[in-house]
Design a protein around this ligand. Structure first.
Ligand code: NAD
Length: 491
């Protein structure tokens, strides 16, 4: 049973720089509720001077944090995980206010987020310390490697799952001994406020986590700052190109978590009772389709194609679109008017490209007309090279494509420039293993395996990004390697 949350007043947003809370930045952003279409908060936005101050505070924080014993860092991160759990309802509320994610989704997202904090807390006193790679050689040298934190990490995140994004990046960076300056999206700053408060309550020293809501100018100032040693970014390709180009000037390392057009392969022998509801919910219901790794292309084998199409269409029509605070709502709005325009534009062009609409297909009116609500939309008979099959929509729109053979399915699955995630439904283990090996994606799930576990590294290839979050790989991204040799042979 989902808790009843009724308070719709957003918290005050401030810049968190060291121990200071700044109520004013360089400008103000009007936060518009995607549910009502009205301004519900004024957000102070960091300017270049605020970014400079935040980086200076993070530099001081780093000097403290890097000398804090791993066991102590672990203790504080474990305390943060506990506090996130203890504030479960407030994080659900803030998630709904940030971007309209439905309460029925937020209820599972908060524990998922705290599991990332807890996992990296466990690594803080076990950071891989490098290897002794040479014992006393004939020359008498002793060699070993040190794994060291970079220093100040610039964390730039997007708006679709703010708490989750914070937890996928910050705990790993901190467990490795770094400090961070976090720039949440100007559109979704609320969850980051509580996260910063709880980090302080958990005993993480001032300056180790600095939070500066801001726009592109603030983001660019953070990326270009000489004392920021690595950028970890989650967002879209246009921004990713700009950030990468800026980082190239000083050869600053950059981790990129970008978009996807993930394929969901349903073979004739699949368990359709599981595959159909999963395929529908994970593409057009969860987070109103605004998830980077969601399987937004279903590739269904000809023998089950009609059944898959009608089953998914039926499921999509059964979802309740509406107020995210209502416990009966399956999906809330998309993030803003610009998103509505982009998504409805793609729906219009899908019709023109000959795809067959089997569910949804429009913005919702009536009581929902002032908000950004789009009905869960499913197109069948989508051509694999059409826009809808090739370009990320980032909204509740699914493309279903038929295939005949395994080879054809793999070719279609690999035909976009993206490579984030993939899923296969089959009861034949050998086929699953063959297809897994051929899919050019950062992860592949088979049948009903869970997505996005902190235990496994997550990230893309190709246009989906660089680097990994999750697993020990996610920790190692925040460490650099120093090779050391001691002379000392007989003289
Ligand atoms: P975006 O790229 O426009 O913005 C993301 C962040 O970058 C925001 O904080 C923004 O203020 C900042 N920014 C904008 N211009 C900047 C600049 N020049 N320099 C530095 N920072 C700048 O975000 P978007 O495109 O609306 O986000 C949606 C995308 O995010 C989708 O493509 C989605 O797939 C992707 N995404 C990926 C993951 C993942 O983990 N792989 C997760 C969620 C979302």
């Amino acid at each position: 049973m989902t808790a009843v949350i009724s308070d719709r007043v957003p918290p005050a947003v401030t810049l968190r720089i060291g121990g200071e809370r700044r109520t004013k930045g360089a400008s103000v952003f009007n936060h518009v509720s995607p549910v009502t279409g009205s301004v519900d908060a004024e957000i102070p936005l960091a300017g270049v001077a605020d970014i400079d101050d935040a980086v200076a505070a993070a530099q001081e924080g780093f000097e403290i944090w890097r000398r804090t014993p791993g066991t102590e860092r672990a203790r504080k991160l474990f305390a943060l995980a506990e506090l996130i759990d203890a504030n479960h309802e407030e994080f659900m509320r803030l998630g709904m206010l940030d971007n309209g994610t439905a309460v029925t989704t937020m209820v599972t997202m908060v524990p998922a987020a705290s599991s990332w904090v807890r996992y990296y807390a466990g690594w803080a006193d076990k950071v891989p310390q490098g290897r002794v790679n040479t014992t006393v050689m004939s020359e008498g040298e002793l060699g070993y490697t040190l794994r060291q934190p970079y220093g100040v990490i610039g964390v730039i995140i997007t708006w679709n799952a703010p708490l989750m994004s914070l937890c996928m990046k910050i705990p790993a960076a901190l467990a490795a001994g770094n400090s961070v300056v976090v720039k949440p999206s100007e559109m979704t700053p609320f969850s980051a406020m509580l996260f910063a408060d709880l980090a302080a309550q958990a005993g993480i020293p001032d300056g180790v986590i600095n939070v500066v809501p801001g726009d592109a100018e603030a983001g660019s100032a953070l990326v270009g700052h000489p004392d920021v040693k690595l950028i970890t970014f989650t967002g879209g390709p246009i921004t990713a190109r700009k950030i990468t180009a800026q980082c190239a000037e000083t050869f600053k390392p950059v981790l990129l978590e970008l978009g996807g057009k993930s394929a969901n392969l349903i073979f004739d022998d699949a368990n359709l009772d599981e595959a159909i509801p999963h395929a529908a919910f994970s593409s057009v219901a969860a987070m109103a389709g605004q998830g980077c790794a969601f399987p937004t292309r279903v590739l269904a084998q000809r023998g089950v194609y009609d059944q898959v199409v009608s089953g998914i269409a039926q499921a999509a029509k059964s979802y309740v679109v509406g107020d995210p605070f209502e416990s009966t709502t399956t999906l809330g709005p998309v993030v803003n008017e610009a998103a509505v325009e982009r998504i409805t534009g793609m729906i219009d062009r899908a019709h023109l490209e000959g795809a067959r609409l089997v569910a949804g297909g429009s913005r919702l009116g009536g009581e929902l007309k002032n908000g950004c609500f789009i009905s869960p939309t499913v197109f069948a008979d989508v051509s694999p090279d059409s826009e809808l099959a090739q370009v990320e929509v980032f909204g509740p729109v699914l493309a279903i494509i038929p295939f005949d053979t395994e080879e054809e399915a793999v070719a279609i699955a690999n035909s976009t420039g993206y490579g984030l995630s993939g899923r296969i439904w089959t009861n034949e283990t050998r086929r699953a293993m063959r297809v897994v090996e051929q899919m050019i994606t950062g992860e592949v799930m088979v049948n009903d395996a869970k997505q996005a576990s902190v235990l496994r590294p997550f990230g893309g290839v190709g246009h989906s990004g660089l680097g990994r979050e999750g697993g020990v790989e996610g920790l190692e991204e925040f460490l650099w390697t120093k090779s050391v040799a001691f002379g000392g042979g007989p003289r």
